[in-house]
Design a protein around this ligand. Structure first.
Ligand code: ZN
Length: 337
């Protein structure tokens, strides 16, 4: 894969006891150093106006001033320093680069994956939250739509948390499909099955809030039986994966049981769907707080694009999650299984 990476993102210093640190990117780099076919690409920071296409001007200015004044705690979890402004613009710029590269034809072994931080999917139009300041995936989707490079974009969020920010930004939009698999009841508490979009966006939000303890089989089943048919019907030009790795069974902040191999399975699910819909694919890093599981997860996605074949899940999906997927299908008019 081609990895968007910039040293600027290391300067976003969240302090000594924060889970979202620059060591995450260093760990990913170390993991990728052992693999072949890895390429790094630096990309320019996003323009302020590009970020403001999905965020309110007042919020963007307020965050800019906050950093210029030295930063601090925006909220108890979400921390910035002076350098966080440039890091946040760079993180968004890397996501934008990945989307543009994918639409420019970079696929297969050249598929783009942006390794930016701070992450983005909790950032809403007018506020930062959950370690996120600018919604990187949303900035990327909006940029390529505004430039006429894509008419329809789907964002699939496999981070263990619901991407409330991405959902909110596009909730009433018919041209961006947001879909998430996340742990039910975890931060930030949104992402119910009933949240399906509104107005022009009715039906373009699809949530699968899996029960705690879900593993590879539950994720693959959710993708194949709910997400894939809905996205196929939507028919996107670009498919952005909001790729967090905190659903891993050894991640410290969730109770899900996805294995490292599970990320290969999900990557194949994405590849198959995008082949069927002829959509370009880009990846954007979100969360993932176990340094080993994070770096192995990213490397596994890379290896899958490098030709490695994923194993099948070694168990069946849990009955409770099968019922949940039935509810999701019903909410989206996909019929009974
Ligand atoms: Zn997360």
């Amino acid at each position: 894969m081609q990895f968007g990476y910039s040293e600027t993102c290391l300067d976003h210093d969240t302090g000594p006891r924060h889970p979202e640190t620059a060591d995450r990117l260093r760990a990913i780099r170390r993991g990728l150093a052992k693999r072949h076919g890895v390429e790094y690409v630096d990309a320019p920071p996003a323009e302020k106006s590009t970020v403001a296409a999905v965020h309110e001007d007042g919020y963007v200015d307020e965050f800019h001033d906050f950093c210029r004044d030295g930063g601090g705690n925006w909220d108890p979890d979400t921390v910035a320093v002076e350098a966080s402004w440039d890091a946040a613009l760079t993180s968004a710029g890397l996501a934008e680069w990945a989307a543009r590269a994918a639409l420019d034809g970079d696929d297969g072994r050249d598929t783009p994956f942006s390794l930016g931080r701070p992450p983005g999917h909790h950032a809403v139009e007018d506020d930062a939250m959950g370690f996120c300041f600018f919604n990187n995936a949303a900035v990327a989707a909006q940029a390529v739509i505004d430039d006429g490079l894509a008419e329809r974009v789907a964002i699939f969020d496999w981070d263990v948390h619901h991407g409330n920010g991405t959902q909110d930004i596009f909730y009433d939009r018919g041209d961006v499909f947001y879909t998430s698999i996340h742990e039910d009841g975890l931060y930030p508490g949104t992402g119910e099955v009933e949240e399906t979009g509104e107005g022009d966006g009715e039906g373009t939000t699809l949530n699968v809030p899996l029960h705690a303890g879900a593993g590879d089989a539950d994720y693959v089943y959710s993708f194949d039986e709910a997400i894939a048919p809905a996205v196929e019907r939507f028919d996107p030009d670009l498919f952005i994966v909001s790729a967090g790795f905190d659903a891993h069974r050894h991640d410290p902040i969730s109770r899900m049981r996805v294995s490292t191999e599970g990320y290969a399975m999900l990557t194949e699910c994405v590849q198959d769907l995008c082949e069927a819909t002829d959509a370009a694919i880009s990846f954007v890093l979100e969360g993932g707080y176990g340094l080993d599981t994070l770096s192995e997860g990213v490397a596994t996605v890379h290896e899958t694009f490098d030709g490695r074949i994923a194993m099948d899940p070694d168990e069946d999906p849990d009955e409770k999650n099968v019922e949940l997927v039935d509810e999701v299908r019903a909410a989206h008019g996909l019929g009974a299984k």
